[in-house]
Design a protein. Structure first.
Lengths: 218, 231, 231, 218
């Protein structure tokens, strides 16, 4: 069985380590926050100027001055800090963020990523995505392996305008966990009940089945 | 030192048509509501606005789009606005999209008197077109320039009459950066206090960067995405 | 998140010979007294120290000069120290002098992940030798690079166990810049509090930049130029 | 009579305007603070991270955490603010300082300045001087017109290593007030009782006596 979006997030949460500072993008990445292991200290950054993001507020806690990068009302946890956007991206560029999780429209076998612009459609902007992918030392892309038309999003080359070049090393989809190296997607873990043939059918870029391929643990 | 002006209309009265202005805020959080309203009353046209976002249809910079006062937006994300989309597609509005960190840093560098700097954001993308690429320590970076803006308009939580500012929560965002970056900086605050009432250790924007300050009124502080959890 | 270490000796124990370290402070104001003492006890040698000044003969970095632990000083002003002068003239000590604003900005840029930037300080002087000169808006600037330092050692007034720091008065100076700039950042504070006791709006250095923190003891906070007026 | 150092400072104080932010260097420049006209609002910056510097403290007010760039204990005035050294030089480089007053060893007719290094002597460093001279929109040099050997410090070219090139436009010495333009020192004001011949004798660089030369008012 292919993973649900929640399960993709759950798998990515296994990359977390005690003491990590983490930036989670919009979409599936946001769900990762729900799977931080109990007792593990993980600090969430919101690039609009907050470290120590907490859950959504209770109705009476809603504060228009405290939002996340998705413009949602949120709360802060003990030990949090506010800062301006330049310092926020300073943390990102100077690689103080231990893990960055982002969605994508396309990823190439060279590690290129496209996730901000579709020619012919209204372009909303890259927000902080280009800064994040250009700087993060440890990015995981969280996405579905195919687009709504059923076409693979793991490609030889991106067809959409790039967000960043040669910057992605890890991808988790509903089918598996891939490492990108030497110009190929290396399937390291396969989702329970998914066949290698299904992965092959849905991977347009060069695919290498790892010698140590294992079933994904959640 | 007294930099107070009576109200938003006085604060923006010399902003001419075709000026380049910075507007603080992230989404609708920390935006200079009173000055935006005053700019609309004044009817100034042909503005180039540097602001991370473009407001929503009926609030923030969106209000200035409706009145066709904006010629060009320089932003990182402009997604939440149907009128914006219409003007963009019809060619009435120009848009320059910039990575958010680069946008923030180009403001900061203006305030810091650094004309240009190197950043990795956008290398290998269309953002890099026409820009110098340079390698430091084996990694590629783009040359980016400090912004130049005629006016910066920011919103703070507290301020004193000498222009010292303190922000609250994530309403800080681009405000302190833009406050340093305008040729003329206008600050509106929720609470204006006498000189000497703010702790000098807690000031985010020293008054030297601020030319005019006033206490705004009737802050709506609209919420774009009201998200709550159950008790 | 708990980044506390028991004391200064533990905080500096893995600083190896020949490391490049940043030390916060301006003159004797805001210097990491406890860590300097620990470095002397540890006897680490061949250090390259990035610090605005070099202390005085019997305090601050001056103490590490006396024990010949410093190979090179990178500073803007090193005037108040006879032993320093002796070692410099005898060739035992290397010195690189850097304009103070450039020194501060090279620290900041390391923290901001900007590898290089342009600044006007030193154009047309010996500081410009070997550096790229570039014209922006008709004015000449020098290309300067972010520092790289193995360790940054800073002193703050208050801190919490997650590494969030607040400075006091002009003891702030280079400390927040260096705190962002070290590969490993060590902070000593006068008052260490529990996580949650500091107001998130008032934090100068967010804890993400700090790797180790401890409460120092017996702060002397010596005054270099005691100047008073009559009542 | 040539001016005293106090009087040089007094003349420079006449350049102050209400609302000015001012940076005063060590030496004669520091004395300018004593001549701020009563009722005029002038904010002093100390480049180690303070706006709103006040007088020296009373004995019981001495605070080791509050010093000026000369490392002297000082006080703060209402409306002051503390900031880090990068922001401090940011103010300087972005020309938010309305008036900068500095001492000098030599100034040239082209506006070059030397004030940090004497070959053969222990070099203490430039501190913030190079940043200040390279950036300030309005610098006044305050100095004696000759060195201890009696040699003019207003030169065709500086003989000492430069602090900055073509950056000085105004000089006040015990003999007069000069503007530097078109490769010459233009004597605009002459100290009371000083003769033009004395000025000529003590000016090694090109000297132009202004058509509108007037006696200095203090």
């Amino acid at each position: 069985m292919a993973l649900t979006k929640e399960q993709i997030a759950q798998r990515i949460a296994r990359e977390l380590r005690d003491g990590f500072y983490v930036n989670l993008g919009i979409g599936i990445p946001t769900l990762v926050a729900n799977y931080i292991p109990p007792g593990m200290n993980v600090v969430l950054q919101s690039e609009n100027g907050l470290l120590g993001m907490g859950p959504f507020p209770l109705e009476h806690e809603v504060d228009p001055d405290i939002i996340n990068a998705g413009k949602q009302t949120i709360t802060t946890l003990p030990g949090s800090s506010f800062f301006d956007s330049a310092m926020s991206f300073g943390m990102i560029r100077s690689q103080r963020i231990d893990l960055t999780v982002l969605g994508a429209m396309e990823v190439s076998e060279e590690g290129d990523i496209a996730n901000w612009k579709i020619p012919g459609k209204m372009v909303k902007g890259m927000g902080g995505a280009m800064d994040l992918v250009a700087s993060a030392k440890n990015i995981v892309v969280a996405m579905m392996q195919t687009n709504p038309k059923g076409e693979s999003k793991l490609l030889p080359r991106c067809t959409l305008p790039l967000t960043g070049k040669r910057c992605i090393r890890k991808v988790v989809t509903e089918l598996g966990y891939y490492e990108i190296k030497d110009g190929a997607f290396h399937l390291i873990e396969i989702a329970p009940g998914v066949t290698v043939d299904e992965v092959k059918a849905k991977t347009a870029g060069k695919l290498v089945i790892s010698d140590s391929l294992r079933e994904m643990q959640l | 030192m007294n930099k107070t002006v009576p109200n938003a209309d006085e604060a923006v009265k010399d902003i001419p048509d075709n000026a380049t202005i910075m507007l603080g805020g992230f989404g609708l959080c920390g935006i200079p509501e009173n000055c935006i309203a005053a700019l609309i009353r004044k009817g100034v046209k042909g503005l180039t606005c540097i602001s991370n976002n473009a407001g929503v249809d009926d609030f923030g910079i969106g209000l200035m789009l409706k009145t066709r006062q904006v010629k060009k937006m320089i932003s990182s994300y402009v997604g939440e606005n149907a009128e914006f989309e219409r003007q963009l597609l019809s060619g009435e509005l120009e848009v320059e999209l910039i990575p958010q960190g680069t946008l923030a840093t180009r403001c900061m560098m203006a305030g810091y008197g650094i004309p240009a700097f190197y950043t990795p954001a956008g290398v290998g993308t269309e953002v890099a077109e026409g820009k110098e690429v340079r390698v430091f320590n084996g990694k590629e970076y783009l040359l980016e320039h400090a912004f130049e803006a005629d006016f910066a308009i920011v919103k703070a939580w507290k301020g004193d009459k000498a222009g010292n500012l303190i922000y609250r929560g994530t309403a800080r965002n681009f405000n302190p950066l833009m406050a340093m970056a305008g040729k003329i900086t206008i600050a509106e605050v929720e609470i204006l206090v006498e000189v000497g009432e703010l702790d000098p250790n807690e000031i985010h924007t020293p008054g030297i960067f601020v030319n005019r300050i006033f206490q705004g009124e009737k802050y709506e502080k609209r919420i774009e995405q009201r998200t709550v959890r159950k008790a």
